[in-house]
Design a protein around this ligand. Structure first.
Ligand code: ATP
Length: 790
C-alpha cells in the first residue's frame, strides 16, 4: 500500500509555497508534502514503514469529495496543525538540502589546481572505458560459456519457481526460495535449520517471470529442430508446481508448446525461399506403463497396443503411432487441443487437475534445402511429465494410488538413468521404463535437451523442492557430447545402397581385371611358345631342305649305280635268253642269283580270309603299262602270282574306328618270288611259301610274308637274304600300319614335324621312273591295298 503512494504522486501537482484555502486543499497539500517527504526519506535510506503518519496519508488518499473531508475537519484539526508544522519543517529542510547540495557541487572553481580537474576527468573517462570493456567481456564470457556447454553437450536445465498460490497465502505459508538480484541463474533455498542451499542452473525463472520470458530463453533451442537437430524439452517437478502450465499454458498464457509450434511455422515461412519443411505431429501418453495414442479417438474402439521399437542405431520409434502432417499452425493447434483433452487427468489433494500420465508431443520436421538439395529429418519432443510426489504426502487411494506408483516407478527409472549417465557407467538402464526407453536418444544421445525443473516456493514443499533441485543438478552434470545434425535417413539409406552397389561393381571390375591380366599372361606365354615353335619349324625346314638336297644327291648317285647295274643285268639276261632260245634249257634256280635290284625277295604272308574287304588293285608295272588287272586278293589269278615280278603297294590300313585319321598312302616295293618247281633255293620264308603253295593258297594272302621296303629310311636298305629274318620282318611290319595310339600321338605334334616324319621317302628307282613318267603308279584308296606290279 505504501508503494502505491508514489504512483499517485505523479498525478498531483505539488505547490509547496501556497497556503491551504480549504480542508480539501489542505489535504491535497498535505498529500503532496507527504509524497515529497517519502521521496526524501527514501533518498536518505530510511524505511518507509517507519515514517510517521503514513497510514493517515494512505487513509486520506482514499477520501473522495469535500463532504467526506469536512467530516474529518472537526476530528483532525490538531493533527492538521501538526502536519502543517511538519510541512513547514520539510520546507526548511529542503532549503537546507539545496544549499548544502550547491555547496558540495564540484565546479572548475572548486579546485584551484587545474591538474586535479584534468586527472579527475581522465579518471572518469577511464572509468567509462572500463565499464564498456566490462560489459563487452561479460557478454563474451556468456557466449563462450554457451559454446562450452554446447561442446560438452550438457543437458541444459532451467529452473522455474511458481508464485505462492492462494491456498498457500491463506495458510500463511512463507517462501523458502531466495533469488540473488545480480545473478540470474542462481537461487538459494532456506532450509528448515535456516541454512541456505545454493543451486545454479542455466537459467532461473522467478515467480514474477511470465510465459514470454520463459519462451525467450527456450526459443533458440527449440527452433534448432529446423536446422536438423533433435531436440527434447521436458518438464520435471513435484505435482502442482506448474509443469503443464509451462509446457501447455492456458488460453491467456500460452506455454512452450504453443509458442514453439507458432515459431516453427513462422520460421519455416520465412525460410520458404530456400528451404522446404514438412511438419508432422504425434501425441502419446505413457499411462500406467502403457503407451496410448492421443490422436486416436479410442472411445468407440479398443485401444491399440503400442510398443517401442529400435528402428535404426540409436533411433527409437513406435510403429503404428499416428503421425499427422500439418500445414498450418491453426490446424496443428486444433490437433494438439484434442490430444490434450484425451489425456488422463485426475484430481489429487495437491492438484485439482493433476496429470496422471507422462504426455509426449512429437514434432517431426523434414527439411529440404532447395539450393543444395540437402535433406534433414529431425524430431522435437515436448514432454510434460507426471508429477513426482510422495505417495504418503498426498491422499490417494485406489486407482490414483496405482497411478502414483507407476508414475513414481518411471520417475525413479529416470533418476537411475540420469545417475548412470552422470557417472558414465557402461550400462544405462533405459529399458527399465517406457518413459526412459522413449527418451533414450534425448537423454544420452546426440540431441539438444532442455529440462525445466519446476519448484514450489512454499515452505510446506521444502523437502520435495530440495529433491527436485538435487535431481536437476545431477541432470545438469551429464555430459552427453555435442549435438549432431540429423540427416534424412531415407537419403542415407539411398546413399548406402549406392555405396554398396559401387563396392560390388568395383569388386566385379577387379575380378574382370584379374581375369584379363591372367589371359594376357597366358597369351604372352602362348605367344612365346608359338615363337619357339616357329623357330623350331624354321630349323626343321632348314634341316629338311638340307636333307632333301643330300637325299637328292644320294638318290642321283644310287640311280646312276642302279641303272648301270640294270644295264649289266639286262645284258646278261639277253645273253641268257639267247642261249635259252638256242638250247631251251629249263630255268634252273641259281643260288648265286641275286634278288631283283638288290631288294630281298620274300613271300608275302597270306592275308587272313576273314578280311575280304581288302581290295587289291594290281597294276602290272610293265614298262609300257598297258596291262592293268584289278582283282580281289581272294580271287586273283594264281598264275599271275607265280611270275616273278615287282609290285608296288600303296597300303592304307582299314579304318577301325570312325575317328581314325586318314593315313597317308604308304608305298612299298615288293619283289615277288616265282617259285620254280625244282628250285631248292631257300629263304627264311621259302618254306612257308612252299607250304602255302602246296596248300593251294596264295602266299600273297599273308601280309606277314610280304617284304616291305623301309619307307622312312633315308637310304634304301640293301637287304641281303640273310637279313630277311623274322626280326627284320617285325621291324618292317611296323610300317604296315601304325597303331591308332601312335597316330594319336603323332597328331599332337607340330604339323611340319609330323609331315616331315610321315613323309614317305621311298627309295626306289621305280619311283623315280614313275616320277619321270609323270604319273603316280598307285592309287591311294582307303581300305585298299594297291600293288604296283612291275
Ligand atoms: N508460474 C506460474 N504462474 C502462475 N500460475 C502458475 C504458475 N505455475 C503454475 N501455476 C498454476 O498452478 C496450478 C498447477 O499447475 P500445473 O497444473 O501446471 O501443475 P503440474 O506441475 O502440471 O501438476 P501435475 O503434475 O499434478 O499435473 C495451475 O492452476 C497453474 O495455473
Amino acid at each position: 500500500m505504501v508503494e502505491m503512494i508514489p504512483e499517485n504522486c505523479d498525478h498531483v501537482v505539488p505547490d509547496h509555497d501556497s497556503k491551504p484555502s480549504s480542508a480539501s486543499e489542505t489535504i491535497k497539500t498535505l498529500e503532496a508534502a507527504t509524497c515529497e517527504l517519502d521521496g526524501y526519506v527514501n533518498d536518505k535510506g530510511i524505511a518507509t514503514q517507519e515514517v510517521e503518519g503514513s497510514d493517515l496519508v494512505d487513509e486520506s488518499s482514499e477520501s473522495n469529495g469535500t463532504q467526506e473531508a469536512s467530516s474529518y475537519q472537526g476530528q483532525t484539526l490538531p493533527i492538521l496543525q501538526k502536519i502543517i508544522d511538519l510541512s513547514a519543517k520539510i520546507q526548511d529542510l529542503k532549503k537546507d538540502h539545496t544549499v548544502l547540495s550547491d555547496q558540495v557541487k564540484l565546479t572548475t572553481h572548486s579546485f584551484p589546481d587545474p591538474e586535479v580537474l584534468n586527472t579527475i576527468q581522465l579518471l572518469s573517462m577511464e572509468h567509462e572505458l572500463l565499464k564498456k570493456k566490462y560489459l563487452d567481456e561479460s557478454s563474451e564470457r556468456k557466449r563462450l560459456y554457451n559454446e562450452v556447454i554446447e561442446l560438452k553437450g550438457n543437458i541444459r536445465v532451467f529452473c522455474r519457481c511458481r508464485p505462492l498460490n492462494p491456498n498457500e497465502i491463506s495458510t500463511g505459508s512463507s517462501s523458502v526460495i531466495e533469488f540473488e538480484s545480480s545473478l540470474d541463474n542462481e537461487l538459494q533455498v532456506i532450509c528448515s535449520d535456516s541454512s541456505k542451499k545454493q543451486f545454479k542452473f542455466d537459467h532461473v525463472f522467478r515467480p514474477e517471470d511470465n510465459q514470454e520470458a520463459v519462451f525467450a530463453q527456450t526459443k533458440p533451442i527449440v527452433t534448432s529442430v529446423l536446422d536438423g537437430f533433435n531436440v527434447c524439452i521436458f518438464a520435471y517437478g513435484q505435482t502442482g508446481t506448474g509443469k503443464t502450465f509451462t509446457m501447455e499454458g492456458t488460453p491467456e498464457n500460452r506455454g512452450v508448446n504453443y509458442r514453439t509450434l507458432e515459431e516453427l511455422f513462422r520460421i519455416s515461412k520465412d525460410r520458404g525461399g530456400f528451404m522446404r519443411y514438412e511438419l508432422c505431429v504425434s501425441m502419446l501418453e505413457v499411462y500406467n506403463e502403457k503407451i496410448r495414442d492421443l490422436l486416436v479417438d479410442s472411445t468407440n474402439q479398443p485401444t491399440k497396443k503400442l510398443e517401442i521399437k529400435q528402428v535404426a542405431e540409436g533411433t527409437i520409434d513406435v510403429p503404428g503411432l499416428v503421425e499427422a502432417c500439418v500445414y498450418g499452425f491453426e490446424e496443428m493447434w486444433e490437433l494438439l487441443k484434442s490430444g490434450s483433452r484425451a489425456r488422463s487427468v485426475g484430481s489429487t489433494s495437491a492438484n485439482e487437475l493433476s496429470s496422471r500420465s507422462h504426455c509426449l508431443l512429437r514434432v517431426t520436421v523434414k527439411g529440404e534445402n532447395l539450393i543444395n538439395g540437402q535433406r534433414t529429418r529431425s524430431q522435437l519432443w515436448l514432454v510434460d511429465l507426471a508429477g513426482s510426489e510422495r505417495v504418503g504426502r498426498i491422499d490417494v487411494e485406489g486407482e490414483r494410488l496405482k497411478e502414483s506408483q507407476f508414475i513414481n516407478k518411471s520417475l525413479s527409472a529416470l533418476g537411475d538413468v540420469i545417475s548412470s549417465l552422470a557417472s558414465k557407467t557402461a550400462h544405462i538402464p533405459y529399458r527399465n521404463s517406457k518413459l526412459t526407453h522413449m527418451l533414450q536418444s534425448s537423454l544420452g544421445g546426440d540431441c539438444k535437451t532442455l529440462m525445466f525443473v519446476q519448484i514450489s516456493p512454499s515452505a510446506s514443499d521444502l523437502g520435495e523442492t530440495l529433491c527436485s533441485l538435487n535431481f536437476a543438478s545431477r541432470v545438469r552434470g551429464i555430459e552427453s557430447g555435442p549435438a549432431r545434425k540429423q540427416a534424412d535417413l531415407t537419403e542415407l539409406f539411398k546413399y548406402k545402397q549406392m555405396a554398396e552397389k559401387a563396392k560390388q561393381d568395383e569388386k566385379e571390375t577387379k575380378k574382370l581385371q584379374d581375369g584379363l591380366q591372367s589371359l594376357q599372361l597366358r597369351l604372352a606365354a602362348r605367344e612365346h611358345i608359338c615363337r619357339n615353335l616357329q623357330e623350331k619349324v624354321r630349323d626343321l625346314e632348314n634341316q629338311l631342305g638340307e636333307e632333301r638336297k643330300t637325299r637328292l644327291k644320294q638318290e642321283t648317285r644310287a640311280f646312276a649305280a642302279a641303272s648301270h647295274q640294270s644295264s649289266a643285268s639286262s645284258f646278261r639276261k639277253q645273253a641268257a635268253q639267247k642261249t635259252a632260245v638256242e638250247k631251251k634249257p629249263p630255268l634252273a634256280p641259281s643260288k648265286s642269283r641275286l634278288p631283283l635290284r638288290r631288294i630281298t625277295n620274300f613271300m608275302p604272308p597270306a592275308l587272313p580270309p576273314k578280311k575280304p574287304s581288302y581290295t587289291t588293285s594290281v597294276v602290272p608295272s610293265s614298262m609300257d603299262g598297258k596291262e592293268n588287272i584289278s582283282t580281289t586278293l581272294a580271287g586273283r589269278n594264281q598264275k599271275s602270282l607265280i611270275l616273278p615280278r615287282r609290285i608296288s603297294i600303296a597300303v592304307r590300313p582299314p579304318t577301325t574306328t570312325t575317328s581314325q585319321i586318314l593315313q597317308p598312302k604308304r608305298r612299298v616295293s615288293i619283289a615277288t618270288y616265282r617259285p620254280e618247281p625244282n628250285s631248292h633255293m631257300t629263304t627264311p620264308l621259302h618254306t612257308s611259301a612252299s607250304r602255302f603253295n602246296n596248300g593251294r593258297q596264295s602266299f600273297m594272302r599273308d601280309p606277314r610274308k610280304a617284304r616291305y621296303s623301309r619307307l622312312f629310311s633315308p637310304m634304301p636298305e640293301l637287304t641281303t637274304e640273310a637279313e630277311t629274318t623274322p626280326a627284320t620282318m617285325r621291324r618292317s611290319s611296323k610300317f604296315m600300319g601304325s597303331p591308332p595310339a601312335q597316330l594319336g600321338s603323332a597328331k599332337e605334334r607340330h604339323p611340319t614335324a609330323v609331315a616331315l616324319q610321315r613323309k614317305p621317302v621311298i627309295w626306289s628307282p621305280l619311283k623315280l621312273r614313275g616320277m619321270k613318267n609323270n604319273r603316280r603308279p598307285s592309287l591311294l584308296l582307303p581300305s585298299r591295298v594297291s600293288y604296283e606290279m612291275q
